[in-house]
Design a protein around this ligand. Structure first.
Ligand SMILES: Cc1cc2nc3c(=O)[nH]c(=O)nc-3n(C[C@H](O)[C@H](O)[C@H](O)COP(=O)(O)O)c2cc1C
Length: 207
């Protein structure tokens, strides 16, 4: 591995979800633009680029994001970016699919979500490289957020990205090892480590 690859991997490993933002630490406009620029260059299904980015900086707006997500982080971080997906643009991916309506829907929404994930990760990494901490929030009252942002029908909010600086050291969460996750050629049955599974029990999903 050369120097560049090694430092990229280090950056990827260093990024952590921050849940203790220092609200007195600002994000400069220049840095915010560099973060959004990284998001803009993400891969996109059929290159449709169905994402828009809404910057929320004012106190009242960030407080509303906290209210809709029931999480204090948007209020505590100096800036949040709401990533919004354009379903009309994304629909095109479904339309070219020769498969049934399930696939059509898969194309339409899933590809938009995948686009968003790629773009968000680019932004998180750029923020990290500029010395900021971030939090990706995708749990919120979608309708309330849509109303607040004044989104036309064809748009849906996908994530709130909080950007700022942490006021506490962030612990590294456990990450499953490759030995437990990599399969060669086909599925290899092996003991499934379930230590990180918790939510599925609460929502009663059967696997
Ligand atoms: C799709 C998605 C949604 C997430 N939503 C939330 C959220 O609503 N609140 C939160 O505190 N963290 C959220 N996270 C952050 C994860 O909890 C976090 O990535 C995970 O615990 C691993 O920690 P790390 O990011 O430090 O590696 C979300 C992450 C992803 C990818």
């Amino acid at each position: 591995m050369d120097e560049g690859s090694r430092s990229l991997l280090e950056l990827i490993k260093r990024r952590r979800s921050c849940r203790f933002f220092d609200s007195s630490k600002r994000v400069t406009k220049r840095d915010l633009m560099a973060i959004l620029e990284a998001g803009r260059w993400a891969p996109s299904a059929r290159n449709l680029q169905p994402l828009e980015f809404i910057i929320v900086k004012d106190n009242q707006g960030r407080d509303r994001l906290s209210e809709f997500s029931r999480q204090k982080h948007p209020s505590e971080s100096p800036v949040s970016v709401v990533v919004v997906g354009d379903l009309k643009r994304a629909k095109d991916v479904g339309d070219i699919s020769p498969h049934d309506t399930t696939t059509h829907l898969r194309g339409m929404k899933t590809f938009m979500f995948m686009d968003a994930a790629a773009s968000i990760q680019n932004m998180l990494l750029m923020a990290e490289s500029l010395g900021y901490n971030t939090l990706w929030i995708s749990s919120f009252d979608e309708e309330a957020l849509e109303d607040f942002l004044g989104l036309p029908d064809r748009f849906m909010p996908v994530a709130i990205i909080c950007i700022g600086k942490t006021r506490k050291e962030i612990q590294v969460p456990p990450k499953r090892t490759l030995g437990k996750r990599v399969h060669q050629g086909s599925w290899s049955p092996r003991h499934q480590d379930e230590s990180h599974i918790g939510f599925s029990k609460k929502i009663n999903v059967k696997f």
